[in-house]
Design a protein around this ligand. Sequence first.
Ligand code: KIV
Ligand code: NA
Length: 265
Amino acid sequence: RKKVTTHRLLEMKQNGEKISMLTAYDYSMASIIDKAGMDVILVGDSASNVMVGNATTLPMTVDQMIHHGKSVTNGVEKAMVVVDMPFGSYHASTQEAVTNAVRIMRETGADCLKLEGGVEIIDSVRAILATGIPIMGHLGLMPQSINKYGSYALRAKDSAEADKLISDAKLLEETGCCSVVLEKIPKELAKKVTEELNIPTIGIGAGPFVDGQVLVMHDMLGLNKGFSPKFLRRYANLYDVIIEAVQSYIEDVKSSDFPSADESY
Ligand code: KIV
Ligand code: NA
């Protein structure tokens, strides 16, 4: 297996080969996910939710994304590593966007950055791309805009928002983005965007007619008991596995079963 590049993602779309993408935030999990054969590992700002316990992604800072990003690249050999630019880090000016983007790339060794938004952030997208940094777009439900939406409900149900999403997707492609994440939108809209774009679309809650799928690691491994939206498929129940393992350890400590003679020096 060769290192996955932006060129390879495009080739996969052209060959009709689906792209697998999963989040990771730390060295140990990233190295396992990479060894398992994942195409793309996303250092998502969802770290705010699953690693820190915040209700939204807004508190994440550039320094925190760099901490997680470096932890992940330390464990990855083949997957393409994408790091989210956090809330507010690409909005004040194109200069500040470029400064933050360059810092994240330099200090993490990531392969690509992901930014939420279309026409509103296109100047920053263009300026960052001009440095040679690849960018993955992110449209539909954009968690950094949660205070604008008021809820994490399905986006682009009406034709005005759907039309804007299509034009934003085309604009991101024309500007030079290497792919675009589509979050929580109707499957027919995701299909239309996927057909109209040459760059790959990667969906989460966007149905099957996209070029790839992304999930949050903690959700798909069943580490969260509470979070079960319709789009989520759980591939393991690690919550129960961990509870059982930890309780066995507690029991063995309490009963002096652990450590045994063999486990002692
Ligand atoms: O932060 C994240 O995990 C994401 C994915 C849900 C696409 O942006
Ligand atoms: Na994100």
